[in-house]
Design a protein around this ligand. Structure first.
Ligand code: PMP
Length: 410
């Protein structure tokens, strides 16, 4: 029972949230700052600090905070009523624009998070193939559904039903030999291969083209559904990262930027597979979600998509190239490298003397104290309000922060 309100939000949080946190993903240790407001690429915290936001709510805010066109679109939608128990045309507006960007997809189903989208896509694949097993990449993050958490360490897997582990086959990122061996032996039981073409958690290294080619051949030969998780990587091109590989996914999973800063997820794909969700069919899969296809999300997301046109995608990717280029030498001097592609990058300790989680925790604080908010995994997600001057600041802060960490500063 709450008797008195503490003034410090950390103290208040400890009283009402487990361990004082609302998400494990932004746990950065004692004294975590609270966000007060954001504007463009900057965020104001409760201690009066203003930081460059390179976290961008875990790479979802492609246009940074409170972009006027997105705010206006969301307001207009809210004024018309924020949610309905009937279909609404804002969902169609979003779907038509989204599918124009996905030439290989005939239909889309919206949900409220990437987690739900992954869960839904794998269920569609199972229903479609009549098989139960799925191949995922060890350590790749696909949200927090049971099957997605199976990719994690022992701690992530706590509380999962044993059956989930039995039905999940984990392979190393780019481990083509293991992929061939697994599909040749177990392909008849495999419903889907789920792949992120540049997974952050295992180290933000791109999938190798030869690996992807083999994956496609094997999946086609064995009737396995190819599910590509573009929740983060969709920002890297008008159609995400898949076209770089000539990859035409059966199902693609989206989230983050397509919601314009509001909760969102989506599964898009080939008609004959998406058909599993057709509620007119006697065997159509049950899928609801009180807020799925929410008009506010749809309106804000459409505005975000419209603003993120080919020219902006190119500009932001080139900005990322320049940041990476400028970081190379200073990071190398500290025994680090810079990984990533386009508007996503990550400083990576080449030979960590400590465990990576500890190093990234130290890096997070070192960067924050110097005025930059990182994703706790070290991921930097650029946003369109950023120009060259901000990119230069990012380079300076990250170089200094890496230096702080490399010399043992905490
Ligand atoms: N897939 C990937 C590649 C992700 O990075 C994430 C979230 N970071 C998810 C799925 C899950 O999305 P959400 O957090 O919206 O559930």
């Amino acid at each position: 029972m709450l008797t008195q309100r503490a003034r410090d939000p950390r103290e208040r949080a400890r009283r009402v949230l487990p361990g004082g946190y609302g998400r494990s993903s932004y746990m950065v240790g004692p004294g975590a700052p609270y966000a007060i407001r954001g504007e463009g690429c900057r965020l104001w915290d409760d201690t009066g600090r203003v930081v460059i936001d390179c976290n961008n709510n875990f790479a979802s805010l492609i246009h940074g905070h409170a972009h006027p066109a997105i705010v206006a679109a969301a307001f207009r939608a809210i004024e018309d009523g924020s949610a309905f128990g009937l279909p609404n045309e804002r969902e169609l507006d979003h779907a038509e624009t989204l599918l124009e960007r996905l030439p290989n997809a005939d239909a889309v189903r919206y949900v409220n998070s990437g987690t739900e989208a992954v869960m839904t896509a794998l269920r569609i694949a199972r229903a479609h193939t009549g098989r139960s097993r799925c191949i995922l990449t060890d350590r790749a993050y696909h949200g927090f559904s049971d099957i997605a958490l199976a990719t994690g360490d022992e701690r992530s897997r706590r509380g999962l039903p044993p059956g989930v582990m039995r039905d999940t086959i984990l392979l190393g990122h780019n481990d083509t030999a293991a992929l061939i061996d697994t599909i040749e032996r177990k392909g008849a039981d495999v419903a889907a291969v789920l792949i992120d073409l540049m997974p952050n958690r295992p180290g933000l290294l791109p999938a190798e083209p030869e690996h992807v080619r083999t994956l496609v051949q094997l999946c086609h030969a064995h009737g396995i559904v190819i599910v590509v998780d573009e929740v983060i990587s969709f920002r890297l091109g008008p159609t995400g990262r898949s076209p770089l590989y000539g990859l035409e996914p059966d199902l693609v999973i989206l989230g983050k930027l397509i919601g314009g800063g509001f909760p969102v997820g989506a599964v898009a794909g080939r008609g004959e597979i998406m058909h599993e969700l057709d509620p007119r069919r006697a065997t159509g899969l049950d899928h609801g979600g009180t807020f799925s296809g929410n008009p506010v999300t749809m309106a804000a997301g459409l505005a975000a998509l419209d603003l993120f046109d080919d020219a902006e995608i190119r500009r932001l990717n080139e900005l990322g190239d320049r940041v990476r280029g400028s970081l190379e030498a200073p990071l190398a001097a500290a025994g680090w490298e810079v990984r990533g592609s386009g508007s996503l990058l990550r400083p990576w300790p080449v030979a960590p003397g400590d465990d990576r989680a500890t190093i990234y925790r130290a890096l997070w604080w070192a960067a924050y104290r110097r005025g930059l908010l990182l994703n706790p995994t070290g991921l930097v997600a650029l946003s369109t309000p950023m120009e060259q001057a901000v990119a230069d600041e990012i380079v300076d802060v990250i170089s200094s922060a890496v230096d702080d960490v490399a010399t043992g500063w905490r």
